[in-house]
Write a protein that binds this ligand. Structure first.
Ligand code: GLN
Length: 536
């Protein structure tokens, strides 16, 4: 990391403060000031990666091109800063510990006692070096969790050591905290933030910049108090107020507060000019759309946990902003659709989206949602499990294959139209063993997919174990389901469509991971366009 500057982002007071969005915003601002930037997330939990965690625990699992199952903050990094992350962009304590334990078993420590300091901390420092390209101007490292958590300690110790090693002039600590507003007394409170900075001081980290999340504007007295108690110059206390329109306004707000200038000055780098022209135009379309409205129903089983479908929702927002349309997303619980009257939730939608998922719960409702979209000519986009549901629906309701099912849900089904990928047959471990990451797909002439993408060969990110059973291709084709995307070897069906429907497209991959606010994903864009046409 020869001349690279380091920016460490930590969090205090409470979790879910939007640390990922803040770190991603910093990355965008520094990039738009002309610097090369890389960004990485360190997570203090003991799972080796979040791939085995329930969406209720952790929200979405974000998949990188190189097939890592990672923290959803990497989605913010890619979307805000246009950075392509990889498996070194996210390390958990579980992965750090398993590397150290594997080294111990190999005998690499030559008889030494293996300890948190220096062995775990050295491995964390090695992971940080691995996570950033040699020669990058600025490396941002976000530490998950909250200062004061037991699990975070080795990570904080490692970044403290690293800052000392590279020299304090080349490293900056940004601490994100919350300034709670007490409604009863009508006051903003700075004490939790003072104490949180104190927790960091105890372990030898003095934050250089305090970023304060707040729902109300801070008064001068708050800035002064925080500066005094946290040993900071007044201008190093920065307000990050809640934004109302779009999360993509956060970097713009932080630039108003001069956070980027402060960082560059602190790192001894020229401030340069900030170019946010395209970004601001995108926000204008997202916040004040001019062409009209679309309503999309997303039918899933974790609707109470919106983070479970983070990238899907963001991709819909990018596409709507790209089309200058106002978007409203109705989250529909799949299980509600099997009860009478459940369809009412769908009736208002201009488009129906069934996203990815695992396990049987909600499946019958999702199949009902597909049937509704097909029968009523409502634009439909099915993603991964959503494609499986589309295939099952055609098999059961058009091809007359009674009880057709995916073998994920019924191993004894008479018609296994979706079955385990052959490469998965011997796989026993659950973690990191799905078909993951970017794989190529060839689109057929005359398909809607090709009309959207405009190129014949595409590459998209995957996360699945099951696929369309090739033994049923012909029957499904006869039932009106065209196969419009396949792997280059012809073996794996990647996309299906219904040519007899205004817009019915489903894919085995996850297009949502590659959508960006400034370049909405072509399939989402096609879907939103079709939904808008239907709404007219
Ligand atoms: N559960 C399905 C499979 O493993 C779909 C996965 C998904 O939607 N990501 O193939």
């Amino acid at each position: 990391m020869s001349d690279t500057r380091l920016v460490f982002v930590t969090g205090g007071v409470v979790s879910s403060l939007g640390k990922g969005i803040t770190a991603a915003s910093i990355a965008l601002l520094l990039k738009q000031r002309g610097y090369s930037v890389s960004i990485q997330k360190l997570d203090p939990y003991l799972n080796v990666d979040p791939g085995t965690m329930s969406p209720y625990q952790h929200g979405e699992v974000y998949v990188t091109d190189d097939g890592a199952e990672t923290d959803l903050d990497l989605g913010h990094y890619e979307r805000f800063a246009g950075i392509t992350c990889n498996r070194s962009s996210n390390f958990t304590a579980g992965r750090i510990y398993s590397n150290v334990i594997a080294a111990e078993r190999r005998g690499d420590y030559l008889g030494k006692t293996v300890q948190v300091i220096p062995h775990i901390t050295d491995e964390i420092k090695r992971a940080i070096a691995e996570g950033h390209r040699e020669g990058v101007h600025i490396a941002i490292v976000e530490v998950g969790g909250t200062a004061g958590d037991i699990e975070s300690l080795p990570f904080l110790e490692a970044i403290r050591q690293l800052a000392t090693e590279v020299g304090r002039a080349r490293a900056v600590f940004v601490h994100l905290t919350l300034i709670p507003y007490l409604r009863a007394s009508g006051e903003l409170k700075t004490k939790p933030s003072q104490q949180s900075a104190g927790v960091l001081r105890e372990i030898g980290i003095i934050p250089d910049i305090l970023v304060c999340r707040t729902e109300k504007p801070l008064e001068e007295e708050h800035f002064e108090k925080l500066a005094l108690f946290c040993s900071l110059p007044r201008k190093a206390v920065v307000e990050e107020r809640d934004v109302t329109g779009s999360i993509y306004e956060v970097p713009v707000e932080l630039a108003h507060q001069r956070l980027d200038e402060l960082l560059l000055e602190r790192l001894g780098l020229p401030v340069g000019r900030l170019d946010m022209t395209a970004w601001n135009a995108m926000i204008e379309r997202a916040v004040h759309p001019k062409r009209g409205k679309v309503q999309i129903a997303v039918v899933g089983k974790y609707m109470a946990m919106r983070d479970a479908y983070k990238s899907v929702f963001e991709a819909l927002r990018h596409a709507a902003a790209g089309e200058d349309l106002e978007l409203s997303i109705a989250g529909v619980e799949a299980e509600d659709l099997t009860s009478p009257g459940g369809r009412e939730a769908l009736a208002k939608a201009d488009g129906v989206l069934v996203p990815g998922g695992f396990g049987y719960r909600g499946i019958e409702g999702k199949i009902e949602a597909v049937r509704f979209a097909r029968e009523n000519s409502v634009p439909f986009l099915g993603i991964c499990l959503g494609m499986h549901c589309a295939v099952i629906e055609t098999a059961r309701n058009i091809a007359g294959l009674e009880n057709a099912q995916s073998t994920e849900f019924d191993q004894k089904t008479p018609h296994p139209v979706i079955s385990l990928l052959q490469e998965q047959e011997e796989v026993m471990d659950k973690g990191g063993t799905m078909r993951l990451g970017s794989w190529p797909c060839v689109l057929s002439e005359g398909s809607r997919a090709l009309a959207c993408y405009g190129v014949e060969e595409i590459a998209e990110r995957h996360r699945h174990r099951y696929e369309l059973n090739n033994g049923y291709r012909e029957i499904l084709r006869e039932a009106g389901l065209a196969i419009t995307g396949i792997s280059p070897d012809g073996n794996l069906v990647e996309m299906v469509e219904r040519p007899d429907h205004p817009w019915f497209v489903a894919c085995q991959f996850h297009p949502e991971f590659k959508s960006r606010p400034l370049s909405p994903h072509p399939l989402f864009r096609g879907f939103i366009r079709a939904a808008f046409e239907r709404s007219l």
